[in-house]
Ligand binder design. Structure first.
Ligand code: PRX
Length: 629
């Protein structure tokens, strides 16, 4: 028991969870508090380096921090080769189940072999260190193989979530100047086929840099294959040139590993850059301690590899820790709402990591569905992506975890690369709070002047110490990196979230303070939705806001001013919704679109979304002194 009695609804860790933990978390907090650089160095020493670093942290050119300076490594080597050189060679690295129920598994040996084969193919197509490769696929093993193959040869991967559509893909292909696109013919989702290759064909019309398109056959639907550009993955993988071994590129610790697009305050999505060295150390250590990874665990992160959660904690983190990762292709409720519980039972999953939106979505079907299955293999649960409402937390804890599995509510971002505010197995939990920063991190909540706020007061969530898996920059836009994250409060990283800290020092996330909307945990920018709307011939101006939604957390509401000659009709509204779906992706389809005559704007012409939101919620819009009459 901790010395201090905590306030509110508290769940203290069970003794068997504390005894099982692979580290005494109090020791970790204390060690890291005294010497956070030493803490990360110790973790880095668990991993293999072709050459050790000269310096752990170089902060001479803030905010362009460097970690493990002078070190040489490769994350793919640490994910695969280090295990195939040991008894883990025949251990399962990945178990996959398709939506239709078929399954596949890969030992570490097999995953390394297929990765090598694919690396050889990429090299033979002229892909070199530093080249960009875009991947646009469903949740299938080839996505993992593709990412690892890029990493092995030093190419920078850019995964575009399969739920995005034509314009979103086109923009990302063009901004990254990708040489190769790896795509699946289609993806299964709720029994239907999403025609990924067909969407890609449309996006490729204006993507001049793409020389080769490698197509993975998943659905077998007939697709267009453009001669000289499109090649089947399975045919390439069968060629003699795809040998079972492939020399590994020795990467500088600071060399980029991947770019991942995410939405920000204004304008186009930005590509966040992560590296081979520091990123690897951060996600290795956080996954090991937070989810208490053990040799015989079967771990399931139910996110999509197309988002940071999947990059860090489906692909790289589990493999670095030598655990067995489970991946499921489809929807949680297809064909029935017991699909997930059935797979936990079938594969003996020990750790489940998912998002509040999925928990709420499954909760509404009641307890009978999970109760039909044996969930006793579960030891730890996790949540990510948005604040979890206490009601969903309790259901997850009681009905799924049977009151024995602690819930790791992990707060982090595409930019942070790794968990930042999170419990560890020995930390007492409060439903809805991610508890405290991970060891080695100093975080704070500050007011407009950058001063710490008092307990329970709301303020800006900031990070005050550098961490190894921090973003290094924005692709091709270092100024935006500095302006967006490091200029509001000098020396502090601005997260874009507001939060409060209670009297026990527990953090409670309130939400975004910028123009980012979290829909079902997916991060979208108002700018992307608005520019999709104004690209329709009928729309003169548009504004998008997020309003609370019981299942999705937030839902997108839009306001449009129509061009002269167009008038409001149900048909037009539906056409606009479909248009956003086509341009950005189905996740961005507005819940509601209202036709209006004017939008509240500042005198300089900026739309005041805050005013729209307050009006829609019937709240006081606050300071409107800048509002144009
Ligand atoms: O607003 C916070 C919310 O998700 C944002 C980051 O989104 P993204 O970069 O897409 O990464 C999501 C997965 C790591 C944050 O700024 N968020 C993430 N996790 C939590 C959360 N809000 C509350 N609680 C969380 N556990």
């Amino acid at each position: 028991m901790p010395e201090k009695q905590l306030s509110g609804e508290v769940y203290y860790p069970k003794q068997q969870i504390i005894d099982h933990a692979n580290a005494k978390c109090q020791d970790l907090y204390e060690f890291a508090k005294k010497d956070y650089v030493g803490f990360w160095e110790k973790e880095a020493n668990d991993l293999k380096w072709f050459k050790k670093w000269d310096r752990v942290l170089d902060d001479s050119k803030k905010p362009f921090y460097k970690w493990f300076v002078g070190g040489k490594t490769n994350i793919a080597y640490n994910c695969l080769d280090v295990h195939t050189e040991t008894y883990r060679r025949n251990k399962l690295a990945l178990i996959w189940e398709g939506e239709k129920g078929e399954s596949q598994s890969y030992s570490y040996f097999a995953l390394r072999r297929d990765t090598c084969r694919f690396s050889n193919i990429l090299r033979s197509l002229g892909v070199k260190k530093g080249d960009r490769v875009t991947l646009y696929m469903g949740r299938i093993p080839e996505l993992m193989i593709g990412m690892l193959a890029c990493a092995r040869i030093g190419a920078i991967h850019s995964v575009v979530y399969g739920g995005f559509s034509v314009e979103a893909l086109h923009e990302r292909l063009e901004d990254s100047q990708s040489k190769v696109l790896i795509v699946s013919d289609g993806a299964y989702q709720r029994g239907k086929i999403v025609p990924l290759k067909q969407i890609a064909d449309e996006a490729l019309i204006r993507a001049a840099t793409v020389e080769s398109v490698l197509v993975v056959k998943r659905t077998g639907e007939s697709i267009n294959m453009e001669a000289g550009r499109d090649m089947w993955y399975h045919e390439l993988m069968a060629l003699p040139i795809a040998g079972n071994s492939c020399t590994i590129e020795e990467m500088d610790a600071e060399d980029p590993l991947f770019m991942l697009y995410t939405s920000g305050t204004t304008g186009k999505p930005k590509a966040i850059l992560h590296t081979h060295g520091g990123y690897m150390v951060g996600i290795y250590a956080t996954l090991k301690y937070v989810f208490d990874i053990h040799e015989d665990d079967r771990y399931w992160c139910a996110a999509d590899p197309g988002w940071i959660t999947g990059h860090s904690y489906i692909v790289y983190g589990p493999l670095l820790n030598g655990t067995t990762s489970f991946m499921y292709e489809g929807a949680p409720t297809h064909p029935y709402p017991n699909r997930w519980w059935q797979m936990i039972d079938k594969y003996g999953i020990n750790i489940l990591y998912t998002a509040p939106t999925a928990i709420r979505g499954l909760m509404r079907f009641g307890d009978a569905w999970p109760n039909r299955h044996d969930l006793s293999s579960l030891r730890l649960l996790g949540s990510v992506g948005e604040p979890i409402n206490p009601e969903a937390w309790r259901w997850y804890y009681k009905t799924i975890g049977k009151e024995k599995c602690p819930i790791m509510d992990t707060w982090w971002q595409t930019e942070t690369g790794m968990f930042m505010i999170t419990p560890m197995p020995c930390v007492p939990l409060k439903p809805g709070s991610g508890t405290k920063p991970f060891p080695g991190l100093e975080m704070d909540i500050v007011d407009e002047e950058g001063k710490s706020v008092k307990p329970n007061e709301e303020g800006y969530l900031v990070i005050k110490t550098p961490w190894p898996s921090m973003l290094r920059s924005i692709w091709n836009d270092p100024d935006r990196y500095v302006n967006q994250y490091w200029s509001k409060f000098p020396g502090m990283y601005l997260t874009g979230d507001s939060a409060r800290r209670d009297e026990d020092g527990y953090y409670w996330i309130i939400g975004r303070v910028d123009d980012v909307i979290k829909v079902s945990g997916y991060r979208l920018g108002t700018a992307e939705i608005e520019s999709a709307l104004v690209s329709h011939s009928s729309v003169a101006e548009a504004a998008a806001i997020g309003l609370p939604h019981e299942l999705k957390g937030n839902a997108i509401h839009c306001f449009v001013i129509l061009k002269a000659g167009f008038s409001k009709s149900d048909k037009l509204i539906e056409e606009l919704r479909q248009h956003v779906g086509h341009e950005v992706g189905p996740i961005a389809k507005p819940e509601q679109i209202d036709v209006v005559d004017s939008l509240p704007k500042t005198r300089s012409g900026k739309i005041m979304r805050r005013v729209l939101k307050a009006r829609a919620l019937g709240l006081d819009p606050g300071n409107i002194s800048t509002l144009e009459e």
